[in-house]
Design a protein around this ligand. Structure first.
Ligand code: COA
Length: 319
């Protein structure tokens, strides 16, 4: 016995940064960004804090699941950088929604939502929990290098939440990590110690885009193949793939390597860009809200990101 997804919720900032506005900040243009990435606009935090967004997504997911914050047994927040180093973002969510359960953060970059599902699975298997809240939220605009046109056009802020309850709808899950701080890295940025001898680098995202691209177009189909097989299914059984929204060309290339029709890959990258760990659950929530997911549908979730990490799973939709 593991879990079923009982409810989802989403929160993105109000401010829409279009490609045309970005072209006033760095030397780029709408045509380059659209054709190379599929992104048309992204959301950027102005007055919203990451805690406010987490709480909004969490409350929507609780309402959707029909349970209260007091019923939660665990909160996991996947994020690369919460409001504070401590308390954790999970504890901030717990405080603001009025839950009483343990709460913590998990960082697996863009694969964070699927890593969090895997951790939650362990709690269900050990029968420690009845209801778990997973919130995946990142605020990458804080650590974007707004002078680097090869990265600042790619990312956006936002995330989503899912309420998990006892059930048997997680059919397979597979995580990987291949430690690599060369192709994608965000340094801490500061060190207050007068004794430390290394010069801190600014907390800005650094990425070798082509290397990440090559990694992703292999890792994504591999991850999906693995979990389809572990679940005892055929690729043709998959009704929807909810892929990490990093680049539409990565999704197209991954789709072409699989026996799953391209129309079954849900995409909303045009509106949000890459929201890191928020990306997969935002897409899951929007696919659900659009009425695309039917009870009993087989859904493959798949993500890759800094670490380098990947996460893939097969879920049967139970709503
Ligand atoms: N606007 C206009 N030109 C740009 C640009 C921008 N925003 N960014 C880069 N360019 C230029 C480059 O300077 C280069 O010019 P040059 O040929 O004169 O040197 C040219 O466009 C091509 O650059 P290249 O890096 O080869 O582009 P690409 O087609 O490989 O696309 C990425 C670059 C970043 C979009 C692509 O590699 C990618 O999506 N990688 C994966 C990134 C990712 O998913 N990261 C998140 C992981 S979770």
């Amino acid at each position: 016995m593991s879990f079923s997804i009982l409810g989802t919720g989403k929160a993105v900032p109000d401010y829409i940064l279009t490609n045309d506005e970005l072209a006033t900040i760095v030397e780029t243009n709408d045509e380059w960004i659209r054709t190379r990435t599929g992104i048309e606009e992204r959301r950027i935090c102005k007055d919203e804090t990451i805690t406010e967004l987490c709480v909004k997504a969490a409350k929507e997911a609780l309402d959707d699941a029909g349970i209260t914050a007091e019923q939660l047994d665990l909160i996991i927040c996947s994020t690369m950088r919460g409001e504070n180093l401590t308390p954790s973002q999970g504890c901030m969510i717990q405080k603001e929604i009025g839950a009483k359960c343990p709460a913590f953060d998990l960082n697996a970059a863009c694969s964070g939502f699927i890593y969090a599902l895997d951790v939650a699975d362990g709690y269900f298997v050990r029968k420690k929990v009845k209801y778990v809240l997973v919130v995946s939220m990142d605020n990458l605009s804080n650590i974007t290098n707004w002078k680097d046109r090869s990265t600042c056009v790619l990312f956006g802020d936002g995330g989503a939440a899912a309420v998990l309850g006892e059930g048997d709808d997680l059919l397979a899950i597979h995580l990987t990590a291949a430690g690599n701080d060369e192709v994608l890295r965000i340094p801490h940025g500061e060190n207050s110690s007068p004794f430390y001898e290394h010069k801190p680098e600014p907390a800005l995202l650094q990425m070798m885009g082509n290397d990440v691209y090559k990694f992703a177009v292999t890792a994504m189909p591999e991850g999906i193949r693995t979990v389809v097989e572990e679940a005892g299914l055929q690729q043709s059984d998959v009704n929807w793939v909810i892929p990490h929204q990093a680049n539409i060309r990565i999704i197209n290339t991954a789709a072409a390597k699989l026996d799953i029709p391209r129309e079954r890959f849900f995409c909303n990258i045009n509106h949000y860009g890459n929201t890191s760990s928020g990306s997969v659950p935002i897409a899951l929530h929007e696919a659900s809200q659009a009425g695309l997911l039917k009870k009993g549908d087989i859904i493959a979730l798949c993500a890759f990101g800094g670490g380098l990490t990947t996460g893939s799973c097969i879920i049967r939709w139970c709503k």
